[in-house]
Design a binder for this molecule. Sequence first.
Ligand SMILES: [Fe+2]
Ligand SMILES: [Fe+2]
Ligand SMILES: [Fe+2]
Ligand SMILES: [Fe+2]
Length: 433
Amino acid sequence: MPFNPLAERGLPLDKQLRSWSELNVQPYDTREVHPYTRCRVILMNGIEAEAISFSHNFNRNTPDVELKQRLAMVRRIEQQQQKAVNWLIPAEKNENAIEVTIGYEQVAVDLTAWLARHEPDPYLKQCYEFGLLEDFDHLYRYANLMDLMGNGRRVEEITGDYTEITPGRPTIFEHRDPRDDLRRPMTKVAAHRQSVLNAMTLVSAEQQTMNYYMNFGNRPEDPLARALYLEIAEIEEQHVTHYESLLDPEMGWATNWLFHENHECWLYWSCLETEVDPRIRQVWELHLAMELEHLRIAARAVEEIEGRDPAELIAPFEAPMTFEENKAYVRQVLADQIELGSYDSEVMPVANLPSQHRYFDYQAAVNAGGSPTEEVIRRHREEFGSEYRFETEGPNPVPGLREDKDGEEIAYARIVRERVGSLEAGRSSMAAE
Ligand SMILES: [Fe+2]
Ligand SMILES: [Fe+2]
Ligand SMILES: [Fe+2]
Ligand SMILES: [Fe+2]
């Protein structure tokens, strides 16, 4: 049954304010929680963070005091929602920051895969599949780090049996010139309504991951852990650039506010439809009721400021975003697209880039002296005699990414080595041994 958020009644704004004790929720039990419940918590924290920073930016860009007041009132509720959601994550001693990191990358994998599978626009779908393989690789790198840090928990205790852990597009090769992360924007007029929701979801999730690594990455003591976070944090910057450039840059501020509230409605509705934990389900239900009212307020702003009919800008929700297993799909994308790089807004096999392309200059600059994402695998092999992998469906579909690769390597490794010269890539775990 489609869900039309403009036709639903929400909770009046003056009933939305909660006390400190209501916001200081009981965290989930890290050993009992469903992996995808953790994923929903991480995702919705990112959605609220985006709602808040968007509202602040709107505030800084309007002189209208009455509008500023409306924004401030709704924003204060978004802040409370963010606390109620993110405080569901247990304390460090029960679920430490590297375990939460594994959750972040599982979100990136299974969220991006679902969105790619449900994206009607072929260019956008390609952009999502491109990013998917990169976050998939981050999960593998962090899994090796978590195992090295040795807190006694296996990575798949966090991720469950749902997501495989094996190399994707090797992180060392993900570093590219900033101009090659910019994609072509959709227009709100021509874009499918689902495409707008999909892109906003990825922008919020990747931005939250970027912020998390920017701030948490300097907390570990081990120099390798610190180095790994900073290298991957730079890729999350690329991902935010990549996904945000898909959004229509020309919509009005009020329309953009409407889109944000509508987007929050879609995702809380999705959480509500799919949640297995009855207590956390109540949080989603309450927050959806709040968002319906935010939407009504933003819709009124669109009518007043831009003179447009909100019902022409958004559409009823057809299907909830669902965290679910995407193993076969990820394997197929891996097999088909491992060799892709990009040039301006187009993705293409790295072999098709001109030999003097700026990609190779960027690679030479940042990977000079080695890459922590390669080092973590080397260190794991050194200490344990093998890599940390969780391959439930057989060996990696790309022969050059198998642990026992028997002289195989991916073209990426060869091409970068040839064009960049003596670089970490030449000595990396991706190279033939
Ligand atoms: Fe919110
Ligand atoms: Fe990532
Ligand atoms: Fe990412
Ligand atoms: Fe909201």
